[in-house]
Design a protein around this ligand. Structure first.
Ligand code: URA
Length: 270
């Protein structure tokens, strides 16, 4: 049978179907038939497994990647340095999974609130800034309504878009954590706002559910340098887009944050 040329409309429809299902990046030129397993000799299997793990971390092991991130982060003396160090860092597996660029932060680095979300999404990846998609715009509106808009510096637990808008893994978060911690240490905010379970669990190092910890003040304390700040977890804005009735809960948390800052006597133009 003569192979037929691909039908462009059918191909586009198929790609759109996969994109809607979350498949938004390709890593290989040809598909891999995962239903067929050809076992290589055991010695090659170990070599292959460790080579593919180090390839994920830019040629390093996971532990080496964290050490490299710590080294780069420690040398950063300003937020601009942190941004440059992140752009130069090759140890986060997400970097090689279809992300266009590193997405670090936006907002006021001298403000009183460090806001931490989960991960950049598609719009953030395109524009190189966090919280600029629909969920970010909702976050901006909530903060503005509470009079906090110019007090906030926004970032995420990871700095590259995860494929298919999935949650970042603990390993990806661990590789990025030294930069997040450095930003925290440089900023020394009066409060930290954690959006969503992935941010809350990773920063507070807890397995407790978001519904249990949201609205409660916890402390984020770095192991070194004596840096700490009260941290409040709340629901993720992407959840609010799907469940608008939950905005009430987030609004209560944001008012608690504003009142905490009032008590901490924040300078309006800080
Ligand atoms: N945009 C971000 O940058 N992070 C989130 O967690 C959500 C939207």
């Amino acid at each position: 049978m003569t192979p037929q040329p691909p039908d462009a409309a059918a191909t586009e429809a198929l790609l759109a179907f996969w994109r809607d299902a979350g498949v938004d990046a390709c890593y290989l030129d040809a598909p891999v038939d995962r239903t067929v397993f050809v076992a290589p000799p055991p010695s090659q299997m170990v070599q292959k497994a460790s080579a593919s793990v180090t390839a994920l971390y830019g040629g390093m092991s996971g532990a080496e990647a964290v050490n490299e991130a710590r080294r780069l982060a420690a040398a950063a003396a300003s937020m601009d340095d942190v941004a440059q160090a992140i752009a130069a860092f090759e140890g986060c597996p997400l970097r090689a999974m279809g992300a266009r660029q590193a997405v670090f932060a936006r907002g006021n680095p001298k403000g009183s609130i460090l806001l931490i979300g989960e991960a950049p999404g598609e719009t953030e990846d395109l524009r190189g800034q966090p919280f600029v998609g629909q969920a970010g715009q909702l976050t901006d509106r909530i903060l503005a309504a509470a009079g906090l808009a110019d007090q906030v510096f926004m970032t995420n637990t990871v700095f590259w878009k995860p494929p298919g808008n999935r949650l970042p893994t603990p390993q990806e978060q661990a590789a990025c954590a030294p930069f997040l911690e450095r930003a925290f240490a440089l900023m020394q905010p009066k409060a930290v706002l954690l959006l969503g379970a992935a941010a809350a669990k990773s920063v507070l190092n807890t397995e407790e559910s978001l519904m249990k910890i949201r609205g409660q003040w916890r402390e984020w304390r770095l192991a070194e340098g004596g840096v700490s700040a009260p941290a409040l977890a709340t629901l993720h804005p992407a959840f609010l887009l799907r469940q608008p009735q939950a905005k009430r809960v987030v609004w209560a948390d944001i008012l608690a944050l504003a009142s905490h800052l009032d008590t901490a006597q924040v300078e309006p133009d800080a």
